[in-house]
Design a protein around this ligand. Structure first.
Ligand code: CUA
Length: 339
């Protein structure tokens, strides 16, 4: 009874963790669905086995002992019935164990083959490059003017298979959006691929799943699955250059940005800033997070981040820029206008 209660409690704890923006057990796509299905099957089969073993142990513990009956009669003259029963039981147990393990292995292999099968008809290709500690996201199009770049978030249309090309610039990282798919490593000097197909709208959290240095934990990304028309509108907006400053403060900020260290690392299309070291900031104000999921995007967090990135994310490649309060105010106003 105690065992059953404990198992029930453990299951309850497990189940409460199933839903959410970063859960492999709340699948929002074909691949994640197959993985979750396999997970539940394993849990079911292994729970039954666990309970059977516990029941066997319990029976063995409370049954009156029959010591001494094993070797009654002329020693080993002929196999006593109890030994024959034991042998048969053990054989059945071993065969059963083998069949179960082989079946689960086979199913696991089949699911693996299925979810890793790359769709030849992916109509959208996204190139994700992992960098310590953020995600560069490029939407590649055969027409160069229809390609663009963003950071730390992937937007995709619901129901469309998206090929994700995975690269790393420095060390090994791992791309993991549990609601959509299993993990795929990003390895320097190598190109990996995965496919995401979201079957419902939503915001899903991805996380680097391979220890990659000091700020590994703060290397997250968002995946937004949206209807086709909203995705197309977003894509069209991303393709445009940065809007012109709307007022004097933004204009002052733009000038500070373009004459300071900011341009050593960042790109803003439509200006002279064109460096590829850090995230492309052309539409930074439309993003959900700053510093790869470290902070939600808002003006205050943006100011705090620029003022002292090393305090918020120690070790980040973003240096302390040493802007004066006035300059900072202008830069924040300008960047916050880049929707
Ligand atoms: Cu990148 Cu861990």
């Amino acid at each position: 009874l105690a065992t059953a209660a404990l198992t029930a409690a453990a299951l309850t704890v497990l189940l409460t963790g199933c839903e959410g923006v970063q859960s492999a057990l709340d699948p929002a796509g074909h691949q994640a669905g197959r993985i979750a299905g396999l997970w539940w099957l394993f849990l079911g089969v292994l729970t039954v086995i666990y309970l059977l073993v516990l029941a066997g142990l319990l029976i063995a513990a409370i049954r009156p002992r029959r010591r001494g009956r094993l070797h009654q009669g002329p020693a080993f003259a002929k196999e006593p019935p109890i030994e024959r029963r034991l042998t048969r039981g053990l054989t059945a147990w071993a065969v059963g164990t083998g069949v179960i393990i082989l079946t689960l292995t086979g199913l696991s292999y089949a699911v693996d083959r299925d979810v890793l099968g790359l769709t030849g008809r992916a109509e959208l290709e996204i190139e994700v490059t992992a960098k310590q500690w953020w995600w560069q996201v490029k939407y590649n199009d055969p027409v160069p003017s229809r390609s663009f770049e963003t950071a730390n978030e992937i937007r995709l249309p619901v129901g469309v298979p998206v090929r994700v090309v995975l690269k790393s610039q420095d060390v090994i990282h791992s791309f993991w959006v549990p609601n959509l798919h299993g993990k795929t490593d990003l390895i320097p000097g190598r190109v990996n691929e995965t496919t995401l197909t979201a079957d419902r709208e939503g915001r899903f959290r991805g996380q680097c799943a391979e220890f990659c240095g000091f700020q590994h934990a703060n290397m997250a990304l968002d995946v937004l699955a949206m209807p086709r028309d909203r995705f197309d509108a977003w894509r069209a907006a991303q393709l445009s250059s940065a809007p012109a400053p709307g007022d004097a403060l933004q204009e002052q900020g733009r000038q500070v940005f373009l004459s300071s260290a900011c341009v050593m690392c960042h790109t803003i299309h439509g200006t002279s800033a064109a460096s590829r070291v850090g995230p492309d900031l052309t539409h930074v104000a439309g993003r959900l997070s700053l510093a790869a999921g470290t902070l939600p995007y808002n003006k205050g967090n943006l100011a705090g981040w620029i003022a002292d990135p090393q305090r918020i994310k120690p070790g980040t490649r973003m240096p302390v820029t040493g802007l004066s309060p006035d300059q900072l105010q202008g830069v924040v106003a300008y960047l916050d206008s880049l929707k």
